[in-house]
Design a protein around this ligand. Structure first.
Ligand code: UDP
Ligand code: MG
Length: 329
C-alpha cells in the first residue's frame, strides 16, 4: 500500500461569499473520508486563494482558518489577478509543502467525488491527472457550443490540450517544480501542463451547475481568454496571414488577366462597383491581419515587461507560516 500523500487543494475565489461556506463543508467531509481511507496524509490542507474580491470572501477564509488552522489555509492576493494567476499563485506557494496539489473552482461545478480517483491515479504513477467533463448537460446551449468550439479551434491550431478539461487537475510536486520554470506572463495553464509532459491520465466527471452566485466569466472574459489561449500557444494565425496574402496575389493576378482580356476585346467599361467593393474588402482584410499581428505584438510587450504575475499580501498557514507582506511572482 503506497504511503498517504500530502494533498493541497487550491481553490481560486473571486467574490464567492455565497458558495464558500458550503464548499468548505463539503471539502472538509471529503478530506475526512480520504484520511480515513489513508489515501491522503493528515498534514493535507485546503488553500483558498482570494483573488482581490470586493465582498466578504477574505473574511470567510480568515474565519475558516481560525476555526481549523490545521486544515484551512488562505492566500490573499493584493489585487484581482485573474483566475489563471490566482491558481498559479496557489500552486507556487504550496509547491514545497505538498506531494500533490489539485486545483478546483470554488463554485462546486467540479465533482469533489472525483478527487478519490485522481489520488489513486497518482498512486499508479501518473504525475498529472486531468479532470475531464463527461457531458455538458448542465451548461446552457450557448456555453456548450462556444466552449466545445473553442477546444476544436485550439486543437486545429496545433495546441496540445485535453478536450473538455478545464482547470480541475492533480499535479505532483515534480510537475509543480517544472511549472515554476515557465516564466510567461500570459498564462494558459491547460496548454502549459501538457507541455511539461510526464505520465498523465484522465478522470471523467459530470459537471454540475454553479452552487450559488453568478459566473465570473462573462462572454467578454471568455472571448479574451480564448484569444489568449490561441495566441499564447500557436503562431498559426500568423502563418494563415501569409497564406492569405499569397491567395490574394493569385486573385489579383486573375483579376489583372480579366481586365487585360476585357480591354483587348474592347469591353472597357469596368464598373465602379467592383473597384469600390474590392477596396473595401482588401481594406478590411488588411485591418484584420494587422489586428492579428497586433495581438502578438501586445503579448510580446506584456512578456518583455516581466511584471510579477501576482502579488501575495498575506499567507495564512499554520505549518509553515509565510511572512506577511511577502511578494512573489
Ligand atoms: N475566479 C478568480 N478570479 C477571477 C475570476 C474567477 O479567481 O478574476 C475564480 C472563481 O471564483 C471560480 C473560478 O475562478 O472559483 C471559475 O470562475 P467561474 O465559476 O465564475 O467561471 P465559469 O465556471 O462560469 O466558467
Ligand atoms: Mg464556474
Amino acid at each position: 500500500m503506497p504511503a498517504a500523500s500530502v494533498l493541497y487543494m487550491i481553490i481560486p475565489c473571486y467574490n464567492e461569499e455565497e458558495v464558500l461556506g458550503e464548499t468548505a463543508v463539503r471539502l472538509r467531509e471529503k478530506y475526512q473520508s480520504l484520511m480515513a481511507m489513508s489515501l491522503i496524509s493528515p498534514r493535507s490542507h485546503i488553500v483558498f486563494v482570494n483573488d482581490g474580491s470586493s465582498d466578504r470572501t477574505w473574511d470567510i477564509i480568515t474565519s475558516l482558518h481560525a476555526q481549523q488552522p490545521e486544515l484551512f489555509s488562505g492566500i490573499d492576493l493584493a489585487h484581482n489577478a485573474g483566475h489563471q494567476n490566482a491558481v498559479l499563485a496557489g500552486l507556487m506557494t504550496v509547491r514545497e509543502l505538498c506531494d500533490i496539489a489539485i486545483s478546483m473552482d470554488a463554485d462546486l461545478q467540479d465533482d469533489i467525488n472525483a478527487i478519490d480517483e485522481m489520488v489513486r491515479e497518482y498512486q499508479k504513477g501518473n504525475e498529472v491527472v486531468y479532470g475531464v467533463r463527461k457531458a455538458r448537460k448542465k451548461d446552457t446551449l450557448f456555453k456548450r457550443l462556444t466552449a466545445e468550439g473553442f477546444y476544436r479551434v485550439m486543437q486545429g491550431m496545433g495546441t496540445e490540450i485535453v478536450y473538455n478539461h478545464a482547470d480541475f487537475r492533480l499535479m505532483s510536486r515534480r510537475v509543480l517544480q517544472e511549472l515554476a520554470g515557465f516564466r510567461e506572463v500570459n498564462l494558459f495553464l491547460r496548454g502549459m501542463i501538457p507541455l511539461i509532459g510526464f505520465r498523465s491520465s484522465c478522470v471523467y466527471y459530470e459537471r454540475q451547475e454553479r452552487f450559488a452566485g453568478k459566473s465570473k466569466y462573462p462572454l467578454r472574459k471568455m472571448l479574451s481568454f480564448a484569444i489568449d489561449g490561441i495566441t499564447s500557444f500557436s503562431v498559426k494565425p500568423l502563418k494563415l496571414i501569409s497564406s492569405f496574402g499569397l491567395l490574394m496575389v493569385a486573385v489579383s493576378a486573375a483579376a489583372f488577366l480579366w481586365a487585360f482580356i476585357s480591354k483587348f476585346f474592347g469591353n472597357t467599361e469596368v464598373g465602379w462597383s467592383s473597384t469600390f467593393c474590392s477596396i473595401w474588402l482588401i481594406g478590411g482584410m488588411q485591418l484584420l491581419c494587422l489586428g492579428i499581428i497586433g495581438e502578438y505584438v501586445g503579448k510580446i510587450y506584456a512578456e518583455v515587461k516581466q511584471r510579477p504575475r501576482y502579488i501575495i499580501a498575506e499567507f495564512l498557514h499554520d505549518e509553515d507560516p509565510g511572512t506577511p507582506g511577502q511578494s512573489s511572482q
